[in-house]
Ligand binder design. Structure first.
Ligand code: 3HC
Ligand code: NAI
Length: 696
């Protein structure tokens, strides 16, 4: 018998120890092993109870996600759990680390559950586009009541041990080694003659208004369907026997398994982890970083300093004047007050971060001992070069010099120093202490250990770090520039910004591009357009309506008006009535007769532009793999996670059809819609983007 599940008799108790590192996923071998060990325990003379305990980091992290999308292998998890629950022996789960998804479902199939205080439980299947598929929707409500159970499964959140105890998911929480805690608990049960307590036999709690709960959950999912199906699965518990409920749950689970949403979310799960695995950095040790400097304390500098403080780093922030320094401190204080209010840090941490850990300076000499610098001054090459030359003069040898530039050439910035090998881009997203994405921009001369240091810093700050090459806008902003241009063209041709936002929000974007522009500030794009025009790089169809808005002082949310009017607050935006006349004036000036755009056409064109540019970014090596682009769009640009990312979406949509559309659009504008060579190649070879993820 395999030793994935260890077997040991301790007095009257058969102890089943799960050994499937790193997180005890319930692979076929684990399921079979548990089944066999249950048989063994039941045949073991004198055994009165079974205790299941995990070795290593977790009780069980859930079903083995790597098995999804392939034919499911027996024994199936619901059958195993039924077998455990039906055992004549008393069965106890001794839980530590995480018990998630199928892992919690195994625990719910046991007759009692004890956990250590650090344990966390949850049913996160919705994050994989699924519902709990091994009895979670049928058993959890019997312990907690319907509403708490639905909240846990539709949010997919991790529930701490004490809360799980209050919700009756756990029977006891005891401090100590899980095995010892578990054995003491089982002893207690046996000595007081406690009976088996199958959760499936507990009475159902009071029902709720299922249709209302389904509709509310569906609306909240912004297009994601699995949370709402949790409601229907729980409802099914009320339609017949326990077995009927299980069957209904399984049917929904299997139906969801066939969806693009399941594929998209599982792609996101694995890509999020794969994105920072870079073969060239294997074995490369990052440089030590304990103390950093941030240059410039505006929106980004203050956010980056906050992120650094929250991850335990010491920060020197350099501003141009004492007044600018005081304003920067004010921004950091406001950010940290938010973290304190949300319980992310303690009052002591908060005091320390604003005390010894943060120093605001105006003199470069104060930066002589820092390990790493992140520059976040104005987006102007001359200013950046001057800053880097000054850093080069004062920073100690080995100090990593990073720029947070959005678009500028890292290699040119590096040339302002005598140590281009120590220079790279660390491109954060606003607000930098909240947004999860970090682009690590690798220059032509960036040393491997400097790049490794960038990734290590990202990990310390709990960011999703993505490697990017040098080009105008790197991965994200370069692709953004293209799909925004596509949206701008659709406006000139007849769509309104409001129709475009509505179509893309219905597709699943957190916000449409014009609502995003209002949030970021219309002045940013205005400055870029002015720079490009001055450099003779004006776009072929140079609309001016957005400039007119800025000229009138309408910069978006921060001035209360942009594409939308925010008089009633950010959540109740209404279209700004000045916008359409400005657009119509542009159309008239350019001699354009506007036409209607259906929401499907808006989405198709916008996505085609995004995918085509993304394919160029991968083809040119700016992004290493398609999945890197997907993670940039997911974590930095509000792309719906349940669609996996633009290139995963493209694979599921079908590359030949997309390429046909791009070629058709190219008849209107041959330069803008020039097909990406990589896309043409993949279509010619009958392959898809995901094939490249596996190769690189
Ligand atoms: N199946 C397969 N592999 C898994 C896994 C799972 N359920 N959970 C984690 N892994 C892998 C990760 O891919 C990673 O592999 P890598 O080292 O090759 O990149 C490794 O285990 C370690 O994972 P993390 O890097 O994520 O480690 P953390 O300590 O940060 O997090 C965790 C651990 C909280 C368990 C996190 O991995 C997680 O949330 N896992 C997913 C849990 C989940 O969704 N469970 C439900 C599965 S669906 C289900 O059970 C269906 C059922 O209802 C029938
Ligand atoms: P900002 O205008 O809010 O802040 C810039 C700060 O730098 C100001 O406080 C200014 O006083 C200071 N500063 C300017 N020159 C300086 C110098 N020589 N020495 C010290 N301090 C100096 O600008 P923001 O938005 O914070 O942008 C900063 C950088 O981050 C830019 O390169 C920008 O492209 C980039 N960025 C901006 C994002 C955004 O959403 N705002 C997102 C990602 C990157």
């Amino acid at each position: 018998m395999s030793d994935v599940i260890g077997y040991e008799r301790v007095g009257d108790v058969a102890v089943l120890t799960v050994r499937n590192p790193p997180v005890n996923a319930l692979s076929q071998a684990v399921r079979q092993g548990l089944w066999d060990r249950m048989d063994q325990a039941e045949a073991d003379a004198g055994a009165r109870a079974v205790m299941i305990v995990g070795e290593g980091r977790a009780f069980f992290a859930g079903a083995d996600i790597k098995e999804f999308g392939k034919p499911l292998l027996a024994p199936f998890l619901p059958d195993l759990i039924h077998r455990i629950e039906a055992s004549p022996l008393l069965v106890v789960a001794a839980m530590h680390g995480v018990s998630l998804g199928g892992g919690l479902e195994v625990a719910l199939g046991c007759h009692y559950r004890v956990a250590v205080p650090g344990a966390r439980v949850g049913l996160p299947e919705v994050h994989l586009g699924l519902i709990p598929g091994a009895g979670g929707t049928q058993r959890l409500p019997r312990l907690t009541g319907v509403e708490p159970a639905l909240e846990v499964m539709t949010s997919g959140r991790h529930v701490g041990a004490q809360e799980a105890l209050r919700l009756s998911i756990l029977d006891a929480v005891e401090d100590g080694d899980p095995r010892t805690v578990g054995l003491a608990f089982v002893d207690g049960l046996l000595s007081r003659g406690a009976a088996r307590r199958p959760v499936s036999a507990l009475p159902l709690p009071e029902a709720i208004d299922w249709d209302a709960a389904f509709a509310a959950t569906l609306a909240k999912g912004r297009g994601q369907i699995s949370p709402a199906w949790c409601v229907r699965a729980v409802e099914a518990a009320y339609g017949g026997s326990f077995a009927d409920g299980m069957q209904a749950e399984r049917k929904i689970f299997m139906d969801l398994m066939e969806t693009d949403q399941r594929q998209g979310m599982i792609h996101a799960f694995f890509s999020e982890r794969a994105v920072s695995h870079l073969p060239e950095l294997k074995g490369v040790a990052p440089r030590d970083v304990a103390h950093i400097a941030v240059i410039g304390g505006g929106t980004m500098g203050a956010g980056i300093a906050t992120a650094a403080l929250l991850s335990g780093l010491r920060v020197h922030l350099l501003e141009m004047s004492a007044e600018a320094g005081a304003a920067a401190r004010g921004r950091i204080e406001a950010n940290l007050a938010g973290a304190l209010k949300r319980g992310k840090i303690s009052a002591d941490d908060h005091a320390a971060m604003l005390g010894d850990a943060l120093e605001i300076v105006t003199d470069y000499a104060a930066l002589a001992q820092v390990d790493l610098v992140i520059e976040a001054v104005f987006e102007d090459m001359a200013v950046k070069k001057e800053v880097f030359a000054r850093l080069d003069a004062v920073c100690k040898p080995g100090c990593v010099l990073a720029s947070n530039t959005s678009y500028l050439d890292i290699d040119e910035i590096a040339q302002a120093t005598s140590r281009p090998g120590d220079v790279l881009g660390l491109h954060f997203f606003s607000p930098a202490h909240v947004m999860k994405l970090l682009e690590v921009v690798v220059g032509a001369q960036s040393a491997d250990d400097v790049v490794a240091t960038g990734f290590a810093l990202g990990q310390r700050m709990k960011k999703i770090s993505v490697r990017a090459g040098v080009c105008d806008g790197f991965i994200g902003n370069r692709i953004l520039a293209t799909y925004r241009t596509c949206a701008d063209h659709m406006i000139l041709d007849g769509a309104s910004p409001f129709e475009i936002d509505a179509a893309l929000e219905a597709f699943g974007f957190a916000m449409g591009p014009f609502a995003v522009a209002d949030l970021a500030g219309l002045d940013i794009g205005w400055a870029v357009r002015k720079r490009k025009r001055a450099e003779g790089q004006a776009p072929s169809r140079d609309a001016t309506y957005a400039d007119r808005l800025c000229e009138h002082g309408h910069f978006g949310q921060k001035t209360g008006r942009g594409y939308y009017d925010y008089a009633g607050g950010a959540r109740t935006r209404v279209p700004n009535p000045d916008v359409m006349p400005l657009i119509e004036a542009d159309r008239a000036r350019m001699g354009i007769t506007p036409r209607d755009f259906a929401p499907e056409e808006i989405v198709r064109r916008y996505m085609a532009a995004m995918v085509n540019e993304a394919a160029k970014v991968v083809g040119e090596g700016i992004a290493r793999r398609p999945l890197d682009v997907d993670m940039v769009l997911l974590f930095g640009y509000g792309f719906p996670r349940y669609r996996g990312g633009p290139l995963k979406w493209a694979d599921m949509e079908g590359l030949p059809g997309l390429l046909d559309d791009i070629r058709r659009y190219a008849a209107e504008d041959v330069d803008f819609w020039a097909p990406a060579p990589l896309l043409e190649q993949l279509v010619a070879e009958g392959r898809c983007f995901d094939d490249l993820n596996k190769e690189r």
